[in-house]
Design a protein around this ligand. Structure first.
Ligand code: DP6
Length: 360
């Protein structure tokens, strides 16, 4: 679908007031999105496992304004408290999406949001929060345009989520979502995420992800700044090419059940993401000493026990430990006995792949 197809025809229907609630999960990229062009277009394609437990629940209450407002009329409440400082981010989102949702200036909204994971856990919440909000607004549009089909609903919701936060467009469906034009993925698009259409081998079904909370502080480098570092980066072009190659390889790995191939690609992607940050100008090291301790422990354990445990990282110090469901018991013990000591207050979150956003 093209961008203009997301601009609706003039509405012929009207809604007075009501409310909608959606829950949407976070996701963890296997091939990373790092670098973007204008209008939230990714510099390279990416793919992620949709998560299950780490999620945001958002309720949007709406009331038609008597007189349309020149700005955007809304209140934002996060975990029961009114949050003025979050509002500019939402205004930016509204400005980016109003062309596609022309009803936005005609309502007053109360947006109430909460996360299932601890606040300031260092877990990126923009994917779950922006996708939950996009789903609420799409739900509203679907009530105004009741003959909207489900494919359009999901694609447009992903398209709008992307305008909030790139990775958010991969959170609406599951268990795997690909985003960004790629020659081996037939319906792939830079505009929205599409679920992985092939049958995934049984070893990758119900894959587990334990998030080790190494550093719960706020991010040292915001994603906007981070993506910006890829402009003029000396290795940018090779990196974007490598992401295309890795995604092509990962496709067969997932279908064939090549778990060793999976480990090689996923760990290399995580370390490449961090090496891009270490070699940009300005440069950053986002890992902490405990991140490295954990990586080394995982490698030792994998060698000794022939387990298929591996790790990935996002743009921070926390470690996502990935493993097949069949190894869950042994790895739970390993995490408890050997990895939890490297987590802040011993904290970690067990999660697994999930199926995307749901109405509540
Ligand atoms: C390292 O989606 O947070 O997690 O589009 O600026 O909101 P914005 O960026 P964001 O970037 C995520 C980067 C990443 C890798 C990934 O999820 O693919």
């Amino acid at each position: 679908m093209t961008e203009v197809e997301f601009i609706p025809s003039p509405y012929t229907n009207d809604l007075k007031s009501g409310k909608v609630t959606w829950q949407s999960p976070s996701n963890i990229a296997l091939v990373k999105y790092w670098g973007k062009k204008e209008n939230q277009i990714p510099a390279n394609p990416s793919i992620s496992f949709t998560l299950s437990n780490c999620a945001t629940t958002t309720t949007v209450s709406y009331k038609k304004l008597e007189v349309p407002f020149s700005g955007f009329s809304f209140d934002f409440v996060f975990e029961g408290e009114s949050k003025e400082d979050f509002k500019p981010k939402i205004v930016t989102f509204f400005k980016r999406i109003e062309k596609y949702l022309p009803f936005l200036r005609q309502y007053h909204f109360v947006i109430e949001s909460s996360n299932s994971f601890p606040h300031s856990s260092g877990i990126a919440s923009s994917a779950s929060s922006m996708s939950a909000l996009a789903m609420c607004f799409m739900d509203l549009e679907r009530q105004i345009v009741p003959d909207m089909n489900n494919d359009y609903f999901l694609k447009k919701a992903s398209f709008l989520s992307r305008l909030g936060s790139g990775s958010a467009c991969r959170s609406l469906e599951g268990p795997l979502v690909e985003w960004g034009a790629h020659k081996d993925f037939q319906d792939s698009s830079d505009l929205y995420g599409v679920p992985f259409s092939k049958e995934v081998h049984s070893v990758f079904q119900n894959y587990q992800d334990t998030v080790l909370l190494v550093d719960k502080g706020t991010k040292q480098v915001s994603s906007t700044v981070g993506h910006g570092l890829m402009h003029g980066h000396p290795f940018a072009e090779q990196r974007f090419e490598q992401a295309h190659e890795n995604l092509g390889k990962l496709k067969s790995v997932l279908v064939e059940g090549d778990i060793d191939g999976f480990i090689d690609i996923v760990e290399s992607e995580a370390l490449t993401l961090h090496s891009m940050m270490m070699t940009s100008m300005p440069y950053f090291i986002l890992m902490k000493p405990n991140t490295l301790e954990i990586i080394n422990k995982i490698w030792k354990f994998r060698k000794k026990s022939h387990s298929h445990i591996c790790f990935t990282l996002d743009a921070g110090a926390n470690v996502h430990v990935l493993y097949p469901e069949s190894e869950k018991k042994v790895i739970y013990d390993f995490i408890d006995d050997e990895l939890s000591i490297y987590c802040q207050n011993g904290q970690y979150i067990h999660d697994c792949v999930g199926f995307g956003a749901r109405q509540r």
